[in-house]
Design a protein around this ligand. Structure first.
Ligand code: ADP
Ligand code: MG
Length: 213
């Protein structure tokens, strides 16, 4: 990635695209959550992303700083389990990235810290049918990319791992979060949080692609 200015532009562009995508899939995400949860996941994500977009439009500073501010705004506005967890993912990733250049190793390390925070807060592990089942394979795939691989190419190469991870949740029974109470009812439907993570990662792929970073 060529400059700090490009990086902040990408963060703003990413959140705008993420809001657009999640908005377009709000009903689908709500229906996935209704299978074994309370049906609010799409609305929760839209609320969080609206607040995140408004925050980064006003905020200054590095890409890491913008992400941290976006995470705090997301958590405040969204509510619910995913509000706290996705908010913490963004803010921990942003704080870890801080003022480092947004190259592939730094971004992978920052996302690893974000994932660790999500696991600590939610006490879920891979296989529990949560957003971790999309996030963990993506982070692992990104961290495995060559260190000199440009971020856009590394991100694109890691994306299929997230998609496969989210798809695999369809065959899992929820062991964490609200849907764990209805266990078997979640079988046959992909996890809503894992599905959202794929949309968020896809939006970043598009933002990076448009920048040529
Ligand atoms: P709520 O469950 O409070 O209604 P949402 O419906 O917005 O929140 O989000 C549900 C999603 O949150 C789930 O699909 C799952 O991916 C994620 N989730 C819930 N609990 C956990 C947890 N303990 N760890 C990781 N992710 C979780
Ligand atoms: Mg819900």
């Amino acid at each position: 990635m060529s400059s700090p200015e490009v990086a902040t532009t990408i963060v703003r562009r990413w959140l705008a695209l993420a809001l657009e995508t999640i908005n377009a899939h709000e009903d689908e995400l709500g229906q996935l959550d209704a299978a074994a949860g309370d049906g609010d996941h799409g609305a929760t994500m839209v609320r969080g992303l609206r607040a995140a977009v408004a925050t980064v439009e006003k905020a200054d500073g590095s890409a890491g700083h913008l992400l941290a501010a976006a995470g705090a705004a997301f958590a405040d506005a969204a509510g619910g389990a995913s509000g706290a967890l996705v908010g913490a993912l963004l803010s921990t990733t942003g704080r870890t990235l801080a003022d480092h250049p947004c190259d592939t190793p730094s971004v992978a390390k920052a996302l690893q810290a974000g994932l660790t925070m999500v696991k600590r807060l939610g006490k879920a592990q891979p296989g529990d049918k949560t957003l971790i089942d999309a996030l963990q394979p993506f982070v692992d795939a990104l961290a495995a990319q060559p260190v000199d691989q440009p971020l856009a190419a590394a991100w694109r190469a890691a994306l299929p791992a997230a998609r496969q991870g989210a798809e695999a949740t369809g065959a899992m029974v929820a062991r964490r979060g609200r849907s764990a109470k209805l266990g078997e009812r979640s079988l046959g439907h992909p996890d809503p949080g894992a599905t959202s993570i794929v949309y968020l990662l896809q939006a970043m792929n598009d933002a990076l692609g448009a920048s040529g970073a």
